[in-house]
Structures are given as C-alpha cells and as structure tokens.
Design a protein around this ligand. Sequence first.
Ligand code: AMP
Ligand code: MN
Ligand code: MN
Length: 322
Amino acid sequence: MRQSDHFLLVSHVNPDGDAIASLIAMALALEKWGKRTTMYNESPIPAVYRFLPAVDRIVRRIETPSAYDAVVILDCSNIERIGRLSADFGQFSLTVNIDHHLTNTGYGDFCHVDTAACSTAEIVYRMIQMIGIALDREIATAIYTGILTDTGSFRFANTNRTAFSICLDLMENGVDPYTVAQHVYGTYSIGRIKLLNLALDSIEITEDGKLSFMMLTREMLEETGTQPEDVDGMINYAKSIKDVKVAVLIQELFRSDTERDKNRFYVSLRSDGSVDVAALASSFGGGGHHRAAGFSAETSLADLKGGILAWIDNSERGICRN
Ligand code: AMP
Ligand code: MN
Ligand code: MN
C-alpha cells in the first residue's frame, strides 16, 4: 500500500454500517497519507448512513478498473460480494482483501483477514495506527459507526475488549456517540416502523421453540413504501425470543414472471452459537460469521424452508431438536 498511489476502495453490495464506514475511513486515511482514492459500492447508500463524511463521493460505476494501482476490498468474504465489478477482478493490478468473516476465501494478492476483529472498521483502525496516520473527527466517526453497527450496539458476541478501547480513543478524537446513534437508529421513516410491524407479525416458531422464521414479501415493502435497506436489524427480534437458537429471515427479492413457484430470496441467519450459521449459509452458496450469516437463493419458499430445516436436523453441529 505504501508503494501504490491511486486506490480503488470497494465494499459489499447492500452495504451495512461496517461496509460503508470501512470504505470511508480507509479512503480518508489514505488521503491523509498523500494517496488518491476512489470509493465504490454497487448499491445505493442507506439513508441512515448518509450523514457520514465523504459519503457523497461513493460512486456506483467504475470506467476503467485496471487504472488503479491497487484495489482494496473491505468486509467481503468472497470476491462475488462486491457485485458486478467482480467480473473485472482479473483486470485489477493488485488486490488487497481486508475482512473479518470466518468464510473469507483468501482471494487477492494480499490478504488481511482477522476473524477475531469485531468489524472490518476495527482492522482499518489498526492499520491506520500501524501506518501512523493521525485520526481526525471524520475518520473516527466512520470507524465508530462501523463498530457500533457490527456489534449491534455492543450487544453481539463479537463485542470485545478492543472494541471498547478503540471507541474510547475515537471519542477522544471527537466522536459524539449520541449523534451517531441518533442518525443510525433515530431517523427511521414511518414506513420502516410499519414494515417492522408486518415483520413482527410474520414471526413463526417451530414446535420445540428453537427455530424462528420471519418473512418479508415484496408486497410488504410496497405497502409500506420501504426499501430492502429498511429490513436491516429486524431479524434481531426473531432472535430475541427466549429459547430460540436460530433465527431465519426470508426476504423475497424478485418474483419470477414465468415460473410460478420459483422466486429469488435473501436469507439472513442468526444463531446463539450452538449452530454454525456460517457453515449453513456456505452450504447454500453464501457465508458470514459463526453467529450471523446470509445467502441468496432462487427456489420456492417451501423448498427453501425445508432445506434450512433439513440442514439443521442433519448437521452434526445441529441443535438437538428433541
Ligand atoms: P445480514 O444477515 O445481511 O446482516 O448478513 C449477516 C452476515 O453474513 C454479514 O456479515 C454478511 O456480510 C454475511 N453475508 C450475507 N450474505 C452473504 C453472502 N451471500 N456471502 C457471504 N457472506 C454473506
Ligand atoms: Mn458487512
Ligand atoms: Mn463487517
């Protein structure tokens, strides 16, 4: 990275707080180091993250992917996670893979994957320290947002000592936790709250109480005037029920016009630790962490639910459902 001048920074489609924050923190830090940067994400930036510094500089199109000295890919366990641009992977001069997912495939010329890091933002912070770039309020705010959102506001199992110690340093560099929390969790549209109502109402649990399903259809989003980004975090309600070990959120993405029963779904998975949902997601072509993972699938709803239930029942790592 020292030897490169012009960087293309990329993070995953449908970005979460960590994907956006890592992108911004890395770009601002590299610029302080005298480098030129371009930030890329295929998807629109969710409204709740548009308060972040330099967020308007994130572009959704890249003309010449080979024009950069280095492409830094953040928070992506595999190259396909960056979306359409992955087709140009072969043209990248040099690829740097910076991530914290258990299922990272080790793509790229340089690979810095730390599954003990609570977020990719934590790794970016450590790299900034290592290089000796001074923090400022903008970089600190981005990193704080990544840590806050990926730890579920310091509630998930990835909430580690480092997270708190970094956040103290970030506060000393001008972060105001209340302001960040207010933007991220206190600027929802009324439609999002109405969607939450429908999502809560859709929750079903298996007879033994160990598995919960939440379902979001295209109609629910249309009815409430919401976007896929508004679904973020809703699965935590399905996971928060006593005795539930695995929560599954099935989100209908597209409905096939031709085949009546074959639709495209995005599946979010959360576990209490007794089931490795990263392995479950991987078996469906996705990935993630031990306790939080996801995948997309083109199938019928019945087959999808059946497939997930069968994996959990058959897996040696599965929960005892008797
Ligand atoms: P989500 O349920 O969308 O919040 O995703 C949970 C975790 O799984 C996040 O760390 C995602 O980056 C990861 N993840 C989701 N979908 C995929 C996928 N298709 N491939 C790899 N990782 C994924
Ligand atoms: Mn992410
Ligand atoms: Mn992350």
